[in-house]
Design a protein around this ligand. Structure first.
Ligand SMILES: Nc1ncnc2c1ncn2[C@@H]1O[C@H](COP(=O)(O)OP(=O)(O)OP(=O)(O)O)[C@@H](O)[C@H]1O
Ligand SMILES: [Mg+2]
Length: 354
């Protein structure tokens, strides 16, 4: 069977066990510890997205000039807000602004993607280009198809009886639903973290080693290295390094979620899908996950579903607003929260419905 030719950043690496865990760009912030953001010394401007305070993680993404241009009160857009379509007009139109806004290189391209559970069509003509090494947030009311969509990216929906997809999703130009696609390899490249952390009833070490061993890695020294690197990337190493052989189930909920992230990272994915990864966590654990997401985008393409508007504003570069199985608006996160083109988006992000 022909496999999907996965573009790897380690193409020059020799084949063998190590090839499944190539070195990536350094995680300086993780290795050196947190709390020293690049702009820490800057005098911060008062910045908000709508009613949401904008934290350092988002602020440091924008230089002051960009930000000033984007603040509604400071720009001409504030005096002439864009005309907003009403809900009926919007649903009658096909994804009006799904392709607007600047886009860096697309890692994942979704084109005319439909999804059915039996005869129920739950995704309608989705078009999205998801940029490489950025965080893309999917927001929208319950039942609008966010989980169905995110699970479509690594074909997690394949196991659902009578489920059917049409249209295309490509990763680095390779059709993930193509006849020759290798689903096992796809899921290695595209890791997933779920709402409810799901560690195996094994040790911390064995959880992270799981996918590596399935992939054939047996050398203890190599395993040790990759496990330390994965736990470090998941910002968990320092909390567990002295009890790697204790049960994963003895970790706190937030630690378990970071362990699941470490497990996903261990097999060297390029994309990490996260479906409400922090919705069951307390604010401190949530902020750890958010910091982690922010740091991970240096090396990974992240797609995150969240019901938490502040979280979407804090962690993401681009946001897609889903409604009734359609993408209503997709743009830079600042645009979605500060200057949405569609009234329905504005109503949702300001909490008028959903
Ligand atoms: N396994 C399934 N079989 C049949 N219908 C399903 C299945 N999973 C989801 N659906 C339906 O598909 C639609 C989209 O569901 P989905 O779980 O993708 O929404 P969501 O946006 O993730 O919602 P939430 O925010 O509540 O998690 C809903 O109408 C749901 O009832
Ligand atoms: Mg869901």
């Amino acid at each position: 069977m022909m496999t999907i030719e996965m573009r790897r950043r380690d193409a020059a690496e020799p084949a063998g066990e190590d090839a499944s865990v190539p070195p990536r760009k350094g995680h300086a912030s993780l290795r050196a510890g947190r709390g020293t953001p690049p702009h820490a010394g800057k005098d911060a401007l008062p910045r908000t997205i709508g009613d949401f305070p904008l934290p350092d993680a988002v602020r440091r993404e924008h230089d002051d000039a960009e930000w000033n241009a984007a603040v509604p009160a400071a720009g001409p857009a504030a005096s002439s807000p864009p005309q907003k379509a009403n809900h009926a007009q919007l649903l009658a139109r096909a994804q009006p602004s799904a392709q607007e806004g600047p886009m860096s290189q697309a890692k994942i391209s979704v084109s005319n993607f439909d999804f059915y559970y039996g005869t129920a069509k739950v995704l309608h003509g989705i078009n999205l280009d998801i940029p490489d090494r950025k965080v893309t947030a999917l927001i929208g009311p319950s039942g609008c198809g966010k989980s169905t969509f995110i699970r479509s990216i690594n074909r997690m929906n394949d196991i659902i009886p009578d489920a059917r997809a049409s249209g295309t999703i490509t990763i680095d130009g390779q059709d993930v639903y193509g006849g020759n696609a290798d689903v096992v390899e796809l899921r290695r490249r595209v890791g997933m973290v779920f709402q409810k952390s799901n560690p195996f009833p094994k040790s911390i070490y064995d959880n992270v080693a799981y996918g590596l061993r399935i992939g054939g890695m047996r050398n203890k020294r190599q395993l040790d290295e990759v496990i330390e690197r994965s736990l470090t990337r998941a910002a968990l190493w320092h909390e567990v390094k002295d009890r790697l052989h204790a049960s994963a189930l003895a970790l706190s909920g937030g630690q378990q979620q970071r362990l699941c992230i470490a497990r996903a990272l261990a097999v060297d994915p390029e994309v990490v899908l996260m479906d409400e990864p922090a919705s069951a966590l307390d604010p401190i654990a949530t902020s750890k996950i958010e910091e982690l997401i922010y740091d991970l985008k240096e090396n990974y393409t992240i797609v995150i579903v969240t019901h938490n508007m502040q979280q979407a504003a804090r962690v993401s570069d681009r946001t897609a607003f889903f409604m009734l199985g359609r993408v209503i608006e997709y743009a830079e996160t600042n645009e979605i929260f500060m200057n949405p083109k569609e009234k329905m988006t504005e109503d949702y992000v300001t909490g008028r419905f959903g």
